[in-house]
Design a binder for this molecule. Structure first.
Ligand SMILES: Nc1ncnc2c1ncn2[C@@H]1O[C@H](COP(=O)(O)OP(=O)(O)O)[C@@H](O)[C@H]1O
Ligand SMILES: [Mg+2]
Length: 379
């Protein structure tokens, strides 16, 4: 192994219901990272949350045969940077350092990967990583808090309200009454922290709203009830840290009534139109808003910003911001960059550089509070 190659850990799988989507994204990324530049370590995370390394990790995870792989971990200890193998000796677990990285690329969608939890571990371990930090990741993940931050920044979002699963147990009818006040039907019900349309329902009446809320409550303790918009779906890719850039816009034409899990991953009739057939003025306005939203949540690295464009009024609403968007060769995020002049492999290079730049920037932060100087002034 040449020592001047950058050591990149690519993580995929994970505990969220988007595990399989992550494997698809990782397959594309692994086949496009330039082997001249990068020494890649694959780290697969099982559904149960086991981190695994070894030969052909991705293939093993795809086939479900992970017996030959080695369990590993990283430590939240800056002086112990790297990957540690965990070996069982009787009832003791012994850890042994097996490799180091310069940067980690978490290709994990949803909970425990895209929501700030893993990013928190990287911060504690002092490891550079691709994508948004703890704050941007967690605000981007929670559809309720995200919309509140957008409203505070005067960015239009659909009417919505968060309900708590715990409150359903005591008085579901009252919750349904309140949910009906959010807007007229159709209403969308979503788990606040999810992706890939898991647990999302479009509800046309009270009994569907009832079912929708119970279904969403299976996936999260926070449930969002939202005004349904008769909308076209327009998406923009954003890339960068403090001076992010926006790609041209694309349009999703779902094969189903809305862009459900089936329509996203299993129905080949769902289409991506690049560029989106909208006016240049509207596209530019959306690009500006995409960047404004990105900055508002302190995003970094990348995000795909999704809009709902009202078919009747041409008003647009920001729907969501995905900090680790789908990343296969045919996913919207890289395709929009490709159409804007940045091919897939170059996009990966940029994301890795941005991760290192962000780490450098954060390393400038002083951790020492020089209390004596301030005391000196007032003394
Ligand atoms: N307020 C809404 N009005 C109309 N359609 C919506 C609305 N919210 C979501 N949808 C539809 O549901 C899909 C998934 O919802 P979204 O909020 O994007 O969640 P996810 O994170 O699962 O992608 C969207 O792509 C869109 O087709
Ligand atoms: Mg979406």
């Amino acid at each position: 192994m040449s020592t001047n190659k950058l050591r990149v850990g690519v993580m995929f799988g994970g505990r969220s219901s988007e595990h399989e989507v992550s494997l698809m994204s990782a397959r594309s990324i692994l086949s496009s990272l330039n082997p001249e530049k990068y020494h890649v370590t694959q780290i697969g995370i099982s559904h149960e949350g086991k981190w695994l390394v070894g030969d052909h990790v991705l293939e093993s995870m795809l086939s479900g045969k992970t017996e030959g792989l080695t369990p590993v971990t990283i430590l939240p200890a800056p002086e112990q940077k790297g990957l540690f193998a965990m070996q069982k000796h009787g009832d003791k677990t012994v850890i042994e350092k097996i490799s180091e990285f310069d940067v980690v690329f978490p290709v994990l969608h949803g909970s425990f990967g895209e929501d700030g939890t893993l990013q928190g571990l990287f911060e504690l371990a002092d490891i550079a990583y691709v994508g948004a930090g703890v704050l941007g990741s967690s605000v981007g993940m929670d559809k309720g808090v995200f919309k509140d931050v957008m409203r505070a920044n005067h960015i239009s979002v659909a009417e919505s309200r968060i309900f708590l699963r715990q409150d359903l147990e005591s008085n579901i009818d009252e919750i349904i009454d309140q949910a009906e006040l959010v807007a007229k039907y159709p209403l969308f019900v979503k788990p606040a922290n999810m992706g890939s349309s898991v647990g999302i329902s479009k509800c046309l009446n009270r009994s569907e709203l009832y079912e929708g809320i119970l279904d969403a409550a299976r996936y999260d303790c926070r449930i969002l009830v939202e005004e349904g918009i008769n909308a076209r779906e327009i998406e923009i890719s954003v890339l960068g840290n403090d001076k992010p850039k926006a790609s041209i816009a694309g349009e999703i034409v779902p094969a189903a009534e809305f862009y459900s899990y089936e329509a996203k991953y299993h129905d080949e009739r769902s289409k991506l139109l690049i560029p989106a057939p909208i006016s240049e003025a509207l596209m530019n306005e959306m690009r500006d808003i995409a960047i404004k939203a990105y900055k508002a949540i302190d995003c970094a690295g990348m995000a795909r910003v999704d809009f709902l464009l009202d078919r009747e009024t041409e008003t647009f609403y920001l729907n969501e911001l995905n900090t680790i968007p789908g990343f296969t060769q045919i996913s919207m995020y890289p395709k929009l960059w490709d159409a804007t002049g940045l091919p897939y492999a170059d996009l990966l290079d940029q994301l890795i550089s941005l991760a290192l730049e962000r780490k450098q920037e954060r390393d400038k932060t002083s951790r020492e509070y020089q209390a004596y100087k301030i005391r000196g002034k007032s003394d």
